[in-house]
Design a protein around this ligand. Structure first.
Ligand SMILES: N[C@@H](CCC(=O)N[C@@H](CS)C(=O)NCC(=O)O)C(=O)O
Length: 256
């Protein structure tokens, strides 16, 4: 039932605060971005968990692309999340959601337009790395695979060319951290928990070894900073790992 799948996350409470409904899926790193932004901003929000394997028939009314995340901002107090009105302000796309929330909540806004533009640029440069990660995940996993080398090379390129020192050194967080955090931290967890269950059993240890390369020292330092960020860890759901394994299995089967 919908009502039981809505969780209230009360970080702050104010009678005047707009009602925010987040359509999310625990397994989805894009939805995780929105959860981090909301947690870091201290906003009160409700989560409607969408089962991606069995999406509710009303969900395209929320997001015609039928993807998570989406947020309904300033929903009427008594509105049913499965029945948005035509006037409802519903925003899909995780990058747009993070930027919108940063406009609404100064706590997570970048300091100035330069920092904001830079964050968007840096995060955009991580996208091909995440693509290479997923190509690798779908492979058999051995280090002799092209996808293994491509992924490690993509990480090295990103680190050398695009990862600003200040992102690694500073104690604070910015919108690039929100955008890249789920993708970057997912990697180590997947290795630790063998989520991809690579047919080549040495895949996890080989990957761990490859991440120790001197060219990746800065990247791993950044990884560790993100991996210890409470807004990120408190919004990651354990159930997401189970869902991820099933998803990888089905992706790999459809590839062969
Ligand atoms: N560009 C979108 C990507 C969102 C996305 O791909 N979400 C996936 C789950 S991680 C989804 O909802 N897929 C729809 C489906 O599985 O049917 C964003 O950044 O929000």
């Amino acid at each position: 039932m919908l009502s039981t799948s809505i969780r209230r996350q009360a970080q702050t409470s104010s009678k005047m605060a707009p009602r925010i409904i987040l359509y999310s899926a625990d397994v989805c790193p894009f939805a995780h971005r929105a959860r981090i932004a909301l947690a870091a901003s201290g906003a009160e929000y409700e989560t409607v968990e969408i089962d991606l394997q069995n999406k509710p028939e009303w969900y395209p009314k929320v997001n015609p692309a039928s993807k998570v995340p989406a947020i309904w901002y300033d929903a009427p107090k008594d509105a049913d999340p499965s029945k948005p009105s035509k006037e409802a302000f519903i925003l899909p796309e995780s990058g747009l959601i993070v930027n919108f929330l940063a406009d609404v909540f100064p706590q997570i806004a970048d300091k100035d337009p330069l920092q904001k533009a830079r964050a968007a640029f840096v995060a955009s440069q991580y996208e091909p790395v995440f693509g290479a990660w997923f190509a690798y995940v779908r492979s058999d996993g051995g280090k002799d695979q092209k996808e293994f080398g491509d992924f490690i090379q993509a990480l090295k390129d990103f680190t050398e060319k695009y990862l600003p020192d200040e992102y690694v050194e500073s104690k604070g967080f910015n919108t690039a951290d929100i955008l890249m955090g789920p993708m970057i931290t997912q990697m180590n967890i997947w290795i630790e928990k063998n989520i991809a269950d690579w047919p080549n059993k040495s895949a996890g240890p080989d990957l761990k070894e490859a991440l120790k390369a001197p060219e990746l020292e800065k990247f791993m330092k950044y990884h560790d900073k993100l991996a210890n960020w409470s807004a990120l860890t408190s919004t990651r759901k354990d159930t997401s790992f189970k869902g991820a394994s099933a998803k990888v299995k089905s992706m790999r089967e459809s590839k062969h």
